[in-house]
Write a protein that binds this ligand. Structure first.
Ligand code: HSE
Length: 311
């Protein structure tokens, strides 16, 4: 029987407020699933995509899952054909690392199909290249946490220097995804290329504060250090009622709140499931009052990352 492998890769929260392109963490659910098997043909084919409303391309070269498999084969110098089935659990253009979840699930499954010739560290540059295909920049703050799990610092992109930071036990993430689509490419274009030094100083102090908070298991320090003086003010205008939501959750016990990745999803951190649920309801309330359809997700930080579901 033709062997097949199915892998899951989770949604991720990139930037985490102050850490544009350098911080990201994984959550438990939702995520994408990719199943791969050896093909009877010599080609890499995407045979099925579900959950995308028919919007993703099926040509392997321009789909992040297909692209990842093609580049994996190139790297291991194997020319066998592969069939790929992609099950999208993540909404497109949501700021929850949708393209990253597809490429990482594809890499995890195809690597296992070939009995793990590459380490996660070796898979990472392939996933970053897929990210460049999806949004024009090979940023690693979604793909790295999707692959490794946990809370990741990207100290350097080229060559990637990925640091797995400690994850405090009692940290909960609430995400709200309003059904508005923002393309990462567009959300990156509106960012100023140069920033005033005083803003830079406050920003790098905060990134250090987040790292110190993670190492010292200090949720309050993590929360107050998440503040983003540079990117969030530029992007907030893309997300209706962003500041109303942020104010509300901070008043009601969130440690910190910001845009998830390039948006439109908004996330906040808290210290219990009870608070995380309450914050989800409050966020939902704002969007519902303005007739914006939305979904909420509550999760601990996922320390495992991509995993094999079936083989
Ligand atoms: N760091 C990237 C950005 C993440 O903010 O553009 C995209 O999900």
């Amino acid at each position: 029987m033709n062997r097949s492998v199915t892998a899951f890769a989770p949604a991720t929260v990139a930037n985490v407020g102050c850490g544009y392109d350098i911080f990201g963490f994984a959550i438990e659910q939702p995520g994408d699933e990719v199943t791969v098997s050896f093909s009877e043909t010599k080609d890499v084919r995407i045979t099925e995509i579900s959950g995308d409303g028919g919007r993703l391309p099926k040509e392997a070269e321009i789909n992040t899952a297909g692209f990842a498999v093609l580049h994996f084969l190139k790297k291991i110098q194997d020319s066998r054909g592969i069939d790929i089935q992609l099950k999208k659990g993540l909404p497109l253009g949501s700021g929850m690392g949708s393209s990253a979840a597809s490429s990482v699930a594809a890499l995890a499954s195809v690597n296992r199909l070939f009995n793990n010739p590459l380490s996660k560290k070796e898979l990472l540059p392939i996933a970053m290249a897929a990210e460049k295909l999806a949004c024009g920049a090979a940023h690693a703050d979604n793909v790295a946490p999707a692959l490794f799990g946990g809370f990741i610092l990207i100290r350097e992109n080229d060559p990637p220097d990925i640091i797995e930071l400690p994850v405090p036990e009692g940290l909960f993430c609430t995400i709200i995804h309003p059904e508005i689509e923002i393309r990462t490419l567009d959300a990156r274009r509106i960012i100023e290329p140069y920033i005033p030094l005083p803003d830079a100083v406050r920003q790098w102090a905060n990134t250090a504060g987040v790292v110190a908070g993670l190492y010292n298991n200090d949720p309050k320090l993590i929360g107050r250090s998440m503040t983003d003086h540079i990117i969030e003010p530029r992007r907030a205008g893309l997300i209706p009622h962003f500041y109303e939501i942020k104010e509300k959750v901070i008043e009601n016990g969130a440690l910190g709140c910001s845009i998830s990745g390039s948006g439109p999803s908004i996330f906040c951190l808290s210290t219990s499931t009870v608070i995380a649920r309450k914050l989800a309801d409050q966020m939902k309330d704002v969007f519902s009052r303005h007739s914006i359809i939305c979904q909420t997700y509550i999760s601990k930080i996922n320390t495992v990352g991509a995993r094999i579901l079936k083989e």
